[in-house]
Design a protein around this ligand. Structure first.
Ligand code: SAM
Length: 305
């Protein structure tokens, strides 16, 4: 009977994968890392028991993490990616011919090394691209000390547990705002809106201390269970989140970027987030039902180990 990988993010609900073969498993300096084969999703990577990415559906998340801010910005030359150790975001950002430089700050070198070996289609050689500068550091420390400025900052982090927790703090967002040029955009995710509404409410409030405009967009990623994945979109110019389809379409056709999920209609439609989510952000209170928390996750991890 094959081993099962049980992702128990929420009390009473989770997802299970058949582990057809474990390819790599270890405690890195920062977190537990496992990569296994699953006949439904291909190779799956999990960190501290939470599914990060799979070969089969990673393109949805990485295309939405990168092309929404870059097409909204329209003239991105310098990008900062925080986290993103599997390389999918870096791969997508390097598709822009006018891109000058992409700095990627990843806390765990093992994630990059192991993903290069076991998930090569994620980075597709991106880590060795001349425009890519890979820094192994805590993303928060990096932006606090950085003297550089960026057009777009992408926070492609784990959930707010373990090393990722600091990447959801008000201080982190303030430091990122300082590293953005005028008209810059910062994006990141707040998990699935249904079970992580509280997280989105907190991030929304914390971002608003540093950014004049905060919006959310969403996309359903099959292995991020519980509903659509929510992405925040922070800037000082509210029009950047409300570009008409024609503007995005003109940029999309000019850039000639190959995608499998993202297109101008998906871009504009993604900002149409569900009413319950909007109400929760406005009221500052999640709808009834279980909400994810780091404490609960750690308790469930202990129970299932
Ligand atoms: N797609 C995933 C998701 O939605 O959860 C995220 C993928 S990526 C693997 C997350 C990365 O964030 C990991 O490589 C992890 O090591 C990195 N990370 C976590 N905390 C960090 C920090 N404080 N600074 C830099 N990278 C961090």
């Amino acid at each position: 009977m094959s081993r099962k990988f049980l992702e128990t993010l929420f009390d009473g609900y989770g997802q299970q994968f058949d582990v057809d073969q474990v390819l790599f498993e270890s405690e890195t300096e920062h977190q537990h890392l496992v990569i296994f084969e699953n006949r439904a999703f291909g190779r799956v990577m999990a960190l501290d028991g939470i599914v990060q990415t799979t070969e089969r559906d990673e393109f949805i998340y990485h295309e939405m993490m990168i092309h929404v801010p870059l097409m909204a910005h329209g003239a991105t030359r310098r990008v900062l990616i925080i986290g993103g150790g599997d390389g999918g975001s870096l791969r997508e950002a390097l598709k822009y011919p006018q891109m000058q430089s992409i700095t990627q700050v990843e806390i765990d070198a093992s994630v990059i090394d192991i993903c290069k070996s076991y998930l090569p289609a994620h980075s597709c050689g991106a880590f060795d691209h001349p425009k890519a500068k890979v820094v192994i550091d805590d993303g928060f420390r990096y932006v606090k000390e950085s003297k550089e400025s960026f057009d777009v900052i992408v926070c492609d982090s784990t959930d707010p547990v373990g090393p990722g927790e600091v990447l959801y703090s008000e201080e982190f967002f303030a430091a990122c705002r300082r590293c953005l040029v005028e008209g810059g955009i910062m994006v990141g995710h707040t998990g699935v809106g249904w079970f992580q509404t509280t997280e989105a409410i907190q991030v929304n409030q914390r971002l608003r201390s540093s950014f004049a405009s905060v919006n959310f967009y969403c996309a359903a990623v099959p292995t991020y269970v519980g509903g659509a994945m929510m992405f925040y979109f922070a800037s000082d110019d509210s029009s950047l989140a409300k570009q008409p389809t024609e503007v995005i379409a003109q940029r999309f056709s000019a850039e000639k970027i190959p995608t499998r999920f993202y297109n101008p209609e998906v871009h504009v439609g993604a900002f149409g987030v569900p009413q319950y989510f909007r109400n929760a952000l406005e009221k500052g209170a999640a709808p009834p039902g279980p909400q994810w928390s780091a404490e609960m996750h750690e308790k469930l991890m202990a129970k299932n180990s």
